[in-house]
Design a protein around this ligand. Structure first.
Ligand SMILES: *Cc1c(COP(=O)(O)O)cnc(C)c1O
Length: 349
């Protein structure tokens, strides 16, 4: 089995509740099926991985923290945006494994109301009790990593053994291995049914590259559509191709991925990372109203908007069993009070 092979080669520690459910979205399937085209829309519930409100990072952290334990680290350092789900789950994972954790929060999204800084993920990070450092810029991945390694050096001089989970793509994509495992989990859940397409948020690309490489390694040729949430399609495509080659190399199948395997669209990215647009707001409302599913403005809501965009194009290649990967992130929605139309102020009467 592929997952056994990967876990034998790379240290792994269990953190996620898995397998996560695979559910059919009955109402949206009906909405988008027409005379010419039948779609079965499925949702893979990686928002339900269980680690401090869940999300895709639990899968990635199983390999990072497995590596940290293997190296006998006692301290974990990582970096992310103010509303980073990765930072929230890293703190939870470190504490669960008895380690000390410090995190760095980057100023990536400008002009946000105070809720963005106080509610949702940063609120949960403070409840989990990590020491927080601020980092003034959000578009300097290597600078953010350098700051982490400097802090690690200081902590090591105090006698700690610090392990850094870096952000920039000049490090082995250990976290992507988590989604190589998910490819196998997903195909097992589908059983005899074909997998025709996967739609997925593409940010750092660990999720996208891991799932794509895993599917190809298992002989599945389904199109994997990456919805850009961080950078434009041209940059993301180049990044993903490189990422996929690295992941394929790590699992011992270096020539597995060709450039034509990389499909990305930035149709719903504007005006940029962590910023709402109409398509995303509508997708968040539609998922809630039609399926009772909660999404967030930065990642899963944009990915869902990307799925609707692809379906609206009436591309006949996109039919059959289509799996939307819910990567989580709903806690981040609390940093976007503009999504709510309610005004239920407490009255003194
Ligand atoms: C981090 C994150 C993503 C993006 O995953 P990558 O592996 O970085 O591409 C998508 N959705 C949510 C909710 C996330 O927190």
């Amino acid at each position: 089995m592929l997952s056994e092979k990967v876990k034998n080669k790379y240290p792994w520690v269990q953190l996620a509740h898995a397998p996560t459910p695979l559910e059919r979205m009955n109402n949206l399937s009906k909405d988008y099926s027409t005379g010419q085209r039948d779609v079965n829309l499925w949702i893979k519930r990686d928002d339900c991985t269980g680690l401090a409100m869940g999300g895709n990072k639990a899968r990635q952290l199983e390999f990072y923290l497995g590596d940290a334990l293997d190296q006998q680290a006692d301290t974990i350092l990582t970096t992310g945006a103010i509303q980073s789900n990765h930072v929230r789950m890293t703190v939870a994972a470190a504490h669960k494994l008895g380690m000390y954790c410090e995190v760095q929060l980057e100023e990536r999204v400008s002009d946000r109301p105070s809720a963005y800084y106080q509610s949702g993920n940063p609120f949960l990070v403070s409840m989990l009790g990590a020491k927080v450092h601020k980092y003034p810029v959000g578009e300097d991945e290597e600078g953010a990593d350098r700051a982490l390694y400097q802090r690690a050096e200081e902590l090591n001089q105090q006698g700690r053994h610090a392990y850094v989970i870096p952000l920039a793509p000049n490090h082995a994509p250990l976290g992507a291995l988590g989604y190589v495992l998910v490819a196998e989990e997903l195909l097992q859940q589908l059983g005899q049914q074909s997998l025709d397409a996967v739609v997925i948020a593409s940010g750092s690309g660990s999720t996208h590259s891991g799932l794509l490489v895993g599917l190809r390694a298992l002989g599945c040729n389904a199109n994997v559509y990456g919805i850009c949430v961080r950078r434009n399609a041209e940059l993301q495509k180049a990044r993903m191709f490189k990422r996929c080659q690295e992941v394929a190399q790590m699992i011992g199948q270096p020539d597995l991925i060709t450039e034509s395997d990389i499909i990305v669209t930035d149709a719903v990215l504007s005006p940029g990372y962590g910023r709402l647009n109409d398509a995303t707001t509508e997708a968040i409302y539609k998922a809630g109203r039609r399926e009772g599913i909660l999404l967030d403005p930065t990642y899963s809501g944009k990915a869902m908007a990307g799925l609707f965009h692809l379906l609206d194009k009436k591309d006949l290649n996109l039919q059959g069993n289509i799996v939307f990967l819910h990567t989580g992130g709903a806690p981040g929605a609390f940093g976007y009070p503009e999504l709510s139309s309610l005004n239920l102020e407490h009255s003194s009467e």
